[in-house]
Design a binder for this molecule. Structure first.
Ligand code: KIV
Length: 267
């Protein structure tokens, strides 16, 4: 199977073909998703929450992104791998160019994602061969500015502004736009206004693609998930039960027994 490219994405949009994206932060998960045929894998800065245990994505550093992107890229041979530019790494176009370049050069990701309106930076990155996915709606790196993770674009005026922002990012050169936590009608209006594909998370059924945070959709944590998350597996109780059974068998002297041991006669 050949590598998915940004050209394939625009072909999906012109053919009306829906596509899936998942986040991955480690080698094993990325291998499974790639073999399962997931075309887009995002090394998201949600790793700050689900790998590092922070409350928000804000503490994630470039070094952490480099570490996880490099691991995921090593696991993937088919999917397009996108690395998030973390909070504070693109406050100026100069910093953004330098850090996006580091992600591509040092890890091998094929594209970067960044949140909000950074038109000049996006123009510069795309002119210098760095493909970019935009991210509008709820932008978690603006957690404090938005007073928490709240659904965005709830009014007609806000949707109009969102469409203008989306068109500006398209003009700046993003090859796709992630839309997070907005009403379905808003996502539909943006998707219809753009030539590039939209990728929704909590943005309803009318986006061109859908993305979920893998730890949410796999049921790997016990926290409450947002309304839009569908859990395709419940791994948390499976893992907890396996750990409890292991500990109980060790305490009872059942494991390893002779079945799981090298029962060799010593010479
Ligand atoms: O960082 C991330 O995981 C994201 C999700 C919203 C897809 O951007």
């Amino acid at each position: 199977m050949s590598r998915i490219t940004i050209q394939d994405l625009s072909a999906y949009k012109s053919r009306g073909e829906r596509f899936a994206m998942l986040t991955a932060y480690d080698y094993l998960t990325a291998t499974i998703f790639d073999k399962a045929g997931i075309p887009l894998i995002l090394v998201g800065d949600t790793l700050g929450i689900f790998v590092q245990g922070h409350d928000t994505t804000l503490p994630v550093t470039m070094d952490a992104m480099i570490y996880h992107c490099e691991i995921v890229v090593r696991a993937v041979s088919h999917a397009l791998v996108i690395g998030d530019l973390p909070f504070g790494s693109y406050d100026t176009p100069e910093e953004g160019i330098c850090n996006a370049g580091r992600l591509l050069k040092e890890t091998g990701v094929q594209a970067v994602k960044l949140e909000g309106r950074h038109d000049a930076l996006i123009q510069c990155l795309t002119q210098n061969g760095i493909p970019v996915i935009g991210h509008l709606g709820l932008t978690p790196q603006s957690y404090h500015q938005l007073s928490g993770n709240k659904v965005q674009a709830r009014t007609k005026t806000a949707v109009e502004m969102l469409i203008q922002d989306a068109l500006a990012l398209e003009n700046a050169g993003v090859f796709a736009l992630l839309l997070e936590a907005i009403p379905s009608a808003a996502a539909k209006a943006v998707t219809e206004a753009l030539k590039i594909p939209t990728i929704g998370i909590g943005a309803g059924p009318d986006c061109d693609g859908q993305v979920l945070v893998s730890t949410d959709m796999l049921g790997l944590h016990s926290e409450q998930t947002p309304r839009f998350v569908k859990q395709y597996a419940q791994l948390h109780p499976l893992i907890a039960t396996a750990a409890e059974r292991f500990a109980a068998e060790v305490r009872a002297g059942v494991y390893p027994g002779t079945d799981y041991a090298y029962n060799w006669t010593l010479k």
